[in-house]
Design a binder for this molecule. Sequence first.
Ligand code: ZN
Length: 283
Amino acid sequence: MPELPEVETVRRGLAPVMEGHVIARADVNRPDLRWPFPTKMRERLEGKTVQQLRRRSKYILADLSSGETLLVHLGMSGRMLVSGDPLGLFAHDHPAPAKHDHVVFHMQSGARVTFNDPRRFGAMDLMETAAAEAHPLLARIGPEPLGNAFNEAHLIAAFKGRNTPVKSALLDQRIVAGLGNIYVCEALFRARISPKRKAGRISATRVAALVPIIRDVLSEAIEAGGSSLRDFRQADGELGYFQHRFDVYGREGEPCRRAGCDAKIARIIQSGRSSFYCPTCQR
Ligand SMILES: [Zn+2]
C-alpha cells in the first residue's frame, strides 16, 4: 500500500507531464473504483488544463482550468504509468491496453498517464477547487507532517491524556496526515519509543523529539523516491514504488541495527496491523 513518500514520488513523476498541459482525452473504462466516479467525469476532464498538481496526505489533487479539482487516491494497489512523452523526459512507448487500466489521460502533448488498479480500492472524484479542503475525504485530516502546522506543541497537545498506544495515535489521520504503518514503525525505532507505550504516558520531551524524527524518516524516503525517478528512463514507466532500506519494518527476527544492541527485531499485532520494533532499545 503506497504511503506518503510513495504518493509524493508519484506526484513528482506526474508533474512534468501533467502540470501546464491539456487533457485532450480521458478514457473512463468503468463506472467506479472504490466508489462511483463523479457524473460526467470524462466531459469534466477533457479539454481542461492541469494548472497545479498538489498532494494532501495520500491524495493527489489536480487543479483544473475549469475551477474544479480532480482527487486521486491510489488505494491498495493503484499504479500510475507514464508513456510517450514527447518532451523526452520519459522515453517509454505507449503500452498495449492492459487489464485494470481504468482511467487513461491522453495529454495534448502526446504523453499518456494510465491509472491501473487491480484491486480497485483506489478513488477519483471531482470537486470545486475552492471547496477542496471540505471534501469528505479531506475535511478531518490533520496537519501535513512536513508542514509548519505539525510541530512539537501540536503533537504534545494531541497526545495529552490519550490512553491509546502511541502506534495507534500516530496512525490517527486527525493527529498527523498521511503517516502509515511502515513509517510509524521506523519513526518509533529512531525515537526509541515502544509502539505499545500509551501516547499520554510519554514525556513531553520525548514527544517533541518525535517531530523532527518523523520529518526525517519521510524526507529520506521521498529522497529515495526521487532517486527512483532519476532511474525512471530505464524503468518501465511505473511511478512511485521504490527500493528503500528500513531499520525495523519487515525485519522480524533480524538483528537490531542500533550500535551496541544485540536484540532481534520483534513483530506484534496492534489493531490488526504488524508493528516491528526492538524490545530492548524501544521503551
Ligand atoms: Zn535494539
